[in-house]
Each structure stands twice: as C-alpha cells, then as structure tokens.
Design a protein around this ligand. Structure first.
Ligand SMILES: Cc1ncc(COP(=O)(O)O)c(C=O)c1O
Length: 466
C-alpha cells in the first residue's frame, strides 16, 4: 500500500501522521510513503516515516507528471511541475487508487493498493538478531583479502575515481571490448538507467522475478506487461514476438531456476533490447547458462553484480555488458563518477584469475550445501522448480503464519507474496552451511507440526459445537 503525500514546507510529524492515519484502511499490508523528491527531506515527513518504520520515497516532478490521475490540478502543476503529487506518488508503483486526494490542513494524502509491493526486498526482513535466510549474500563475506583491498582503496579515496583499469579488467574477464562494458553502482543501477534511456513500445518483464526492473520502468512512466511463467517449473516461454524490451533473470530470483543459455539467447533479435539479469550467475558452477561473453547477440544486455558472491551489498558495485551503442546510451544517463574508488578496486580484485577460482570453488561448495538444505526440509514442504542458485523457493501450507513463527524463533526467511505470480505460501530460503540448514529444517518441522495440530484441534472443536 502506498500513501502519496503532498505537504507544505515546515509541516509537523503530528500533522503528517494524522493525515495518513485518517485515510489508511484498518486492514493493510506493508505501508510506504511517497512524495515529491524536493519534499522527501522535510523533517516532519521523515520523522513520520521513521516512527512507523515506513520507507519514504521521493520522486522527481517529471516522473510524477507522467502518471494519469483522477484529480489533476493546474495550480499544483504551476507550483511544483506536476499536476498531482499525492495521487501520482501513490500510483507510481502501479496498483489502484483506493483513497483519492484528501486534504487535511497542510497535508494532502492519497492511497493506492498495489497487487504486490515491488519495492519490498529481503533486507527489511533480516532484522538484527535473526538468522538471516532472507538475503542471498554469501555468508562469511567479504573475504579478508578483499577487505584489505577495500581498506587500501578507502585510504586513496581523496581523488576522484578513475574507472579505466577496472573497465579493462571486467572486459578481459568476459572477453568483451571495453566499449561494451558499463560499470555501475550495483546491478540495480542498470535498471534505472535502462528506464531512463529507453522508450519501449512494449516492455515485458518475466515473472516471478527480482522486482526492481519493473519498479524502475514504472517509476520512469513506462507501461509494463508481466509475463508470468507457469508453476511448478517456471520455465521460460511465451515472450510476445513484438516486445521491444524483455527483462528476465538467470538464474532467476526467487525461483532459483536456471534457463538454458540457448533458450535465453533465442529471445535476442534486432529491434529488441533483451536484458538478462545475471546477478546470481556466478553461483552456478561453470556458469553454463551465462551469456556474458556473447557479443554476437543483437540487443543483449547482461547485468552482473559483485553483491552476492563477494558480500558487497553495501558497496554498490556491478556492471553491464552489451552493444557499445546501448552501453553509451546508458552511460549518458549516469552521473559523473558513478562508481566509487573502493568499488572500482573491488572490480579489479574480483576479476583476477585467483578471485574467479575462489568464486568457482564457492559455487561448487554451494551445490553441496544446497543439497544438504533440501535433504533437511520436512516432507510437507514443496520445493518449487529445480533450484540451481544460492536460494530455494518453497511452498509451505500456511506460509504467512509459518514465516511469523520462524521469526519468533529467530529465523528470517523471505516472504514470497511480494513477487508477482507467487503467494503467501511461498517462502524463499537462502542456502547456508549444512548445520544451519539442518537446524532450520528441524525448527520448520516443529512449526508445521504445531500449525497442523492447531488446525486439527480447531476443526474438532467446531465439529463438537455443531
Ligand atoms: C536478481 C537480482 N538482481 C539484482 C539485484 C541487485 O543487485 P545489486 O546489489 O548489485 O544492485 C538483486 C538483489 O537482490 C537480485 O536479487
């Protein structure tokens, strides 16, 4: 649920909360606040979001202006450059307006209900104190040698970053020309750059999948079509012929399914940009399905990340590989110096033969650890698809309740219902060492037994009272 908020300068936290509380329905899922970017630094708004633990997003006026709303205002357009703030900010992530623009003194609010919250990610579920099976970053990372590289890079961060040697290193690691390499502040940056640089006629995002590409496209005002792959295998197929932008992940988060290289490659064609998010490619030994080296496929953009294998989520470091003209168009949307000196050092260090060998060894170990996790799961749990990455997708009866009980006992798993095409019974679980997986399997079995006996007791009582 997104509450779009328009507020006057100097608005207080009490005014904001009173306005929001007046329009929020009693039954709600996760709530987020959205506003104009110039307003997102207002202390009253920030404090309101912080008090309730709601994320607060600021959107540029130009993005808000693209959203069709029922109550546009010429006065607002003249003042801030968009005919709507509250309704447009509420609707920017998609969904339906459930409360139209409502004015409460100095605050205007509107509420939209999304079918799923595209901006929900596992990091908010992995709260301190819980065993983190919600975020798929390799445990025990970054390794000591990489930390030393980063420390040294911080020490030499007085000057502006120089990306040249890092770009050369990434190009060499994938056998690509340097002009085909775009260095980014995390894989996620590429999705925003694509949304800004392209004007797709028919953008198709393959789901269930990482939701940032769709969120970025919507935020830039592009209509998005979802292609939902059918359970249980979630195999790739059915991409419309005339789609001029196709986005998919391989291996796919959250299903852990690995689509064959040839199936993905067959989607590339002139006149189409095919974006393959390979943020998890290096979790699969030998990377058999990676298209990172394929300079011959028209319009193919492969997106990679250092986040998962190297434990660098907070550094923001990744890259994309694609045709030189597309890379140049995306680079034109970047700020100057988009990638920091430590991130560039990480790119150089993680593309050496020794680092690539370490990543390959980690991928082999992960395969064994995943088998241990699957073996430790209770029989009542369905494993969705054929997992090939650093996480598995489960279908668990009473999933939402089970997830809550896991949290109570100290375990964080990733909810599935914020991925288009999945439900509250879907839980994504990161692969950890076998001891952790066995402990998790045992807790999950206990919880499932508890839930089963409670359901049984409730059924017996209701039969007795009939
Ligand atoms: C499939 C996928 N792609 C990209 C990302 C983002 O990666 P980065 O941290 O490099 O932006 C994630 C993070 O969860 C992901 O799951």
């Amino acid at each position: 649920m997104t509450v779009g908020v328009g507020a006057a300068t100097g608005v207080t936290v009490e005014e904001v909360l009173a306005a929001v509380d007046a329009v929020l329905p009693a039954v709600q899922g996760p709530v987020r606040l959205a506003t104009l970017d110039a307003r997102s630094t207002e202390p009253g708004l920030r404090e309101a979001a912080a008090r309730r633990g709601w994320p607060l997003t600021g959107h540029p006026a130009a993005a808000l202006a693209t959203v069709p709303v029922p109550a546009p205002s010429a006065r607002v357009a003249a003042a801030v450059g968009t005919p709507s703030v509250a309704e447009a900010a509420a609707l920017l992530d998609g969904g339906q307006l459930v409360v139209g623009k409502t004015v409460h003194g100095r605050v205007t609010v509107a509420v939209a209900r999304q079918d799923v919250d595209l901006r929900h990610h596992g990091d908010v579920e992995a709260t301190p104190g819980l065993v983190d099976l919600a975020v798929n970053v390799r445990a025990g990372t970054p390794p000591d040698w990489l930390r030393a590289v980063l420390h040294e890079a911080v020490d030499s961060s007085a000057g502006y970053p120089d990306a040249r040697t890092a770009r050369t290193a990434v190009a060499a690691a994938h056998g690509r020309a340097e002009a085909e390499v775009l260095l980014t502040a995390g894989a996620a940056e590429t999705f925003t750059l694509l949304a800004r640089a392209l004007r797709p006629r028919r953008a198709v995002v393959v789901h269930p999948s990482f939701t940032e590409p769709e969120a970025a496209l919507r935020a830039a005002g592009h209509p998005v079509e979802r292609l939902l792959l059918a359970p249980p295998g979630h195999l790739l197929g059915g991409v419309p012929e005339d789609a001029d932008l196709v986005v998919l992940g391989n291996p796919t988060n959250p299903t852990s399914v690995l689509h064959p290289a040839e199936t993905v490659a067959a989607l590339a064609r002139p006149g189409r940009v095919l974006v393959v998010d390979e943020a998890f490619a290096d979790t699969v030994p030998g990377e058999p399905a990676s298209l990172a080296g394929r300079a011959d496929l028209p319009g193919l953009l492969v997106v990679r990340s250092l986040t998962k294998t190297w434990g660098l989520a907070g550094l923001r470091v990744g890259y994309a590989l694609g045709p030189a003209d597309l890379v140049a168009a995306l680079a034109a949307q970047q700020p100057h110096w988009p990638v920091s000196t430590p991130a560039l050092a990480a790119l150089r260090a993680c593309t050496t033969p020794a680092a690539l060998a370490e990543a390959a060894a980690a991928a082999h170990q992960l395969t064994e650890h995943r088998a241990a996790l699957l073996a430790a799961l209770p029989a009542a749990v369905e494993v969705v698809g054929a997992p090939r990455s650093s996480f598995v997708l489960l279908r668990v009866p009473g999933g939402a309740q089970v997830r809550e009980r896991l949290r109570e006992r100290g375990w964080a798993v990733r909810r599935g219902d914020t991925f288009p095409g999945l439900t509250g019974d879907h839980l994504r679980v990161a692969v950890r060492d076998p001891d952790t997986s066995r402990a998790f399997g045992a807790v999950l079995a206990e919880i499932l037994a508890e839930v089963r006996s409670e359901v049984l007791a409730a059924t017996t009582t209701s039969e007795e009272t009939r």
